[in-house]
Ligand binder design. Structure first.
Ligand SMILES: Cc1cc2nc3c(=O)[nH]c(=O)nc-3n(C[C@H](O)[C@H](O)[C@H](O)COP(=O)(O)OP(=O)(O)OC[C@H]3O[C@@H](n4cnc5c(N)ncnc54)[C@H](O)[C@@H]3O)c2cc1C
Length: 215
């Protein structure tokens, strides 16, 4: 990101230049935004203060339904924090018995560098323990590491902006890390951008650094 003559230019990894743009919206996790905000120290300090927790997630698909009535559960004091039987949700094709497993924050942080295959194995064993039954070999097993899964604490910001620079930031981390927070944050960033455009048209002064807050 480069600021030149009141405009933004973007330089990609292949050396291509994009722009100029009058406004920029960064809709990426706070740590990744911090890495780009070298020309906006005040915003970088705010995004840099956001601690984001990692989360290992595993998807399992079984040919035959597991012999359990469990459809979803929160788990305490375990490698797993959340388990959901996706195939029990409405509108699924029912071809396989599909499960989504989320590791706890602590387990994810402790096993950040574990190979995906080992993560599948360990979380599958944890599921077996929770359900109290042996699990057959899954037809599909996949692990994904979400490095910046959710903020460790909620923020009141809603969205962030340096209005004089035409720079806006949004994401679930501006509130409390759920998908509705991401949506609200995006809405707030869009509103701030439109308000600023209207102010610019009327040439009215206002404080440059803003946050939207949650109503
Ligand atoms: C495993 C998991 C399960 C979840 N389940 C639920 C759920 O059941 N219900 C719920 O409410 N919420 C759930 N959430 C939370 C929900 O997914 C998030 O709140 C939501 O996706 C956040 O949206 P966002 O737009 O803020 O960020 P993201 O969805 O993270 O989007 C940010 C995007 O920016 C991209 N990006 C990053 N850096 C750059 C860069 N330098 N240049 C270009 N692009 C970049 C990323 O690739 C990504 O696509 C879950 C989250 C995880 C990790």
């Amino acid at each position: 990101m480069q600021r030149r003559r009141q405009q933004w230019l973007l330089h990609d990894q292949n050396g291509n230049e994009h722009g100029p743009f009058s406004h920029l919206v960064l809709a990426i996790p706070a740590p990744q935004a911090t890495a780009l905000l070298n020309t906006a120290a005040e915003l970088a300090a705010m995004t840099g203060s956001v601690d984001m927790q990692p989360s290992w997630a595993v998807a399992l698909a079984f040919e035959q339904p597991l012999q359990t009535s469990v459809e979803a559960c929160f788990v305490e004091d375990n490698a797993l924090a959340w388990v959901a039987r996706d195939s029990s949700k409405p509108g699924r094709d029912g071809q396989h018995d599909n499960w989504i497993l989320h590791a706890s924050d602590a387990w994810s942080a402790q096993n950040l560098e574990l190979p995906a295959a080992a993560v599948v194995e360990r979380l599958k064993n944890a599921l077996s323990g929770i359900l109290g039954c042996a699990l057959p070999e899954p037809a599909l097993a996949q692990a994904h590491r979400w490095l910046y899964a959710r903020p460790s604490r909620a923020q009141p910001w809603g969205a962030l902006a340096d209005a004089t620079e035409g720079l806006h930031l949004c994401g679930d981390w501006c509130l409390s890390g759920r998908v509705e927070d991401a949506w609200h944050s995006g809405q707030l960033a869009a509103q701030q951008l439109l308000d600023q455009a209207a102010l610019n048209a009327g040439r009215t002064e206002r404080s440059p650094i803003t946050h939207g807050g949650k109503s």
